[in-house]
Design a protein. Structure first.
Length: 272
């Protein structure tokens, strides 16, 4: 008896079996995943450092190079690339597929801490890192505008109110703010009156630092009672800076408004 004999003798069952296989194939066809490449998650970490005002060459030599030196000794790093622009450097580390991303993140944090001694003192904050997917892209972009607030004030509201709220939403991996900088008071020095009065840039900087130092104010003791003195005398508006005395010439005070334009603006003019 051949293999086809049972199917020939039972045509109804053979027909039903054929229809069942055809329906199962059609159903499975629409459930098959279609992808030009295999779905592989590469353990990747991106390190970001920022120093406003620095040129790309300065960022590459003084920030990216020390970080690369310490990050390069981490185990199982298969690829490391870096790019430096005005005021920022980004280093991308790719690890082997068998490397646990959480363990790699701990090693990256330790390398950043070890590299801190080799980084310039003008780098106000430590470099940061995050786990990334090279194929990911932003899924939502929000734009904020205001008819009454400046760009710096809008940026400050976004960074202090909106960013923390969005970061707490379930499933959100990173919230990035760009387009401006925090509000600040900008002192734009005029070289002509500085030369006229014989005042150097360091003299102006020292006067600004001394007048705006946030230091302890002291206390008052009255018998068994102790009173701590709290006050905030820091300047936050351009009007507070303009009367500041930066030097004395011929018995007369030279104020900051005599040698500079004091305006309100963003903390960093070159921000991306």
């Amino acid at each position: 008896m051949s293999l086809s004999t049972p199917f020939i003798e039972r045509p109804v069952a053979t027909t039903l079996l054929t229809i069942g296989l055809a329906l199962a194939g059609i159903f499975a066809f629409f459930k098959l995943p279609v992808s030009p490449l295999p779905q592989v998650d590469f353990p990747t970490i991106s390190v970001f450092a920022q120093m406003p005002g620095a040129s790309p060459e300065t960022m590459a030599t003084t920030v990216a190079t020390p970080l690369e030196r310490h990050l390069g000794v981490i185990a199982d790093v298969t690829e490391m690339t870096s790019s430096s622009t005005v005021g920022s450097s980004r280093i991308t580390l790719q690890f082997g597929l068998s490397r646990n991303i959480d363990g790699a993140a701990r090693d990256v944090q330790a390398a950043i801490n070890a590299a801190r001694a080799d980084l310039p003192t003008s780098l106000r904050t430590n470099p940061t890192y995050r786990k990334v997917n090279p194929a990911d892209a932003p899924v939502l972009i929000l734009s904020m505008t205001s008819d009454t607030q400046t760009r710096g004030q809008v940026y400050d509201a976004a960074s202090t109110i909106l960013q923390p709220a969005l970061s707490q939403v379930e499933g959100v991996g990173q919230v990035t703010i760009s387009g401006s900088a925090a509000p600040a008071v900008r002192v734009e020095l005029n070289p002509t009156p500085l030369f006229k009065y014989g005042i150097g840039l360091e003299d102006v900087r020292a006067a600004l630092t001394a007048a705006n130092a946030h230091s302890p104010k002291g206390s008052v003791d009255d018998g068994n009672r102790h009173f701590q003195i709290y006050t905030n005398d820091q300047s936050t508006k351009p009007e507070d800076y303009r009367p500041l005395v930066v030097a004395y010439r011929n018995g007369a005070a030279v104020r900051l408004s005599d040698v500079a334009d004091v305006v309100e603006g963003p903390e960093n003019l070159r921000c991306w």
